[in-house]
Design a protein around this ligand. Sequence first.
Ligand code: TXA
Ligand code: MG
Length: 536
Amino acid sequence: MDTRILSGELKENITYAAELLRRGEVVAMPTETVYGLAADAGSEAAVVKIFAAKGRPQDNPLIVHIADIRQLADICEDIPPQAYALAERFWPGPLTMVLKKSGSVCGAVTCGLDTVGVRMPAHDVAARLIRACGRPLAAPSANSSGRPSPTTAAHVLEDMAGKIPCIIDGGACSVGVESTVVDMRGETPVILRPGAVTEEMIAAVLGGAATDGAAEHGLQNGEQPRSPGMKYRHYAPRAELTLLEGSPEATAEKMRAICGEYDAALCFDEYAEELAKSCGAVFTLGESFDHREHARRLFAVLRDIDAHGAERVCVQSPRIYGRNAATVNRLRRACGFKTVRCGEKQIIGVTGRSGSGKSEFCRELRAWGAEVLDADGIYKELLEDSAELNAAIAARFPSARSTSGIDRVKLAEIVFADGAERADLNAITHAFVIREMKRRMAAAESGTVVLDVPLLFESGLDRVCTVTVGMICPDELLLRRITERDGIDEARARARLAAQNGTEYYDRRCDILLENSGDIAALKKKIKAFAAKYTM
Ligand code: TXA
Ligand code: MG
């Protein structure tokens, strides 16, 4: 069979693919997560072809894809209101819900289970194809079983050439890892496979959520999987994989120590140049904070590693929490859940705009036994005590000099008004503050250290953290809090806010976001839940 790649942009190609699907053929389609291998979910004969093309075990059920919420009631029965609440919030998008199945889904899709996984993909081409075909489509990831999931049409062709008539090309997948699979049948939703929709995001809608232990640590001896997919070794490159977990700095240090000229390294961009000097080959996942980029690149890079033929690969794991859960889960599965922990302490970096609730966070974490290091406080201390720092600032900002050292109000005015001046000051102070914070971090007696750093990422201190938290708060609320707390007028408060990063900035970089909507009791509850889970 000749396998053609057809552009999803052309309407005639969608019409053609829909026709193939209606005739019971299998077609590869793009989704926002990974490419899927689709067939009519109501046709036993069509679905059987998917299993054959993938070489998929007969007991691993498929996900059914819909394009309209009304299709949900055709496929499922006894749909709880919580499922509609999640659909409302996350569909179309990377969330699959396991629900009780109806008679319209054929047995081959669910492998005889009485439940079915359903999702509404966010990729426009997938949505158009499902609509054109007029039927829900069963689709697993379009890789050969055991290989990394495909995130481009070219990956699909690598695995499916000669096995299916066509691949609809919709470009590189924007998410890059498969959807979150969540079991909706119990009181509390349980995540069976982590994805871009995190436990925290689901809990924010439904008030609670849990992740199955096997998704985090693999199946224990004799344990029955809640999802058949958990049984299978996945995404495994031919090379032996050593997964290093901890802060980026801690894992990089370990990597330097163990990764030699016969090994390949999979690391963050920041460490690539240096590791290239000692390792046989270097592959990168993106900058260390960039959780979305890690997910987007992961499967392509695993394929590259295979193609390169390295025998051993050392991998710098993204931080293991929050939005990294999906990428880390795939890496852990790729190495059979044998990981190496680097560094002993839990280092929590907390950041956010002034007034967003960082102090509340630190107060609570202190109550849980964490040691809190406050960058602003340390900066002020150094400004009092460190002649070396004062001299460095005075040399660069002569107009802020005063008889007793540095006029802080003057200095603040200079840098609030001008981004370039601010960058210069930051470069000087960060070096001093970072050195001091690292010293105190190493000396801390508590197993959990909180770094309260407004410029966590700009200073590079995020790289010593095992988890990063962004406190976010709507602009209007921040303005009110700043004017009240600091006794400044609205215009000045606005100027101060404008000089800081917006929510989008933290969203891109932080592992976990804690939203402060002004309800202090609600905020305290969120922080408590965080502390219970993340302090050591
Ligand atoms: O993002 C995705 O979900 C992609 C795209 C194509 O939509 N699809 C995907 O399908 O990843 P697949 O077949 O590679 O993974 C489906 C996972 C498997 O681990 C399977 O065991 C689990 O979902 N699953 C499916 N139906 C289930 C059910 N009824 N109960 C428990 N787990 C189920
Ligand atoms: Mg798969």
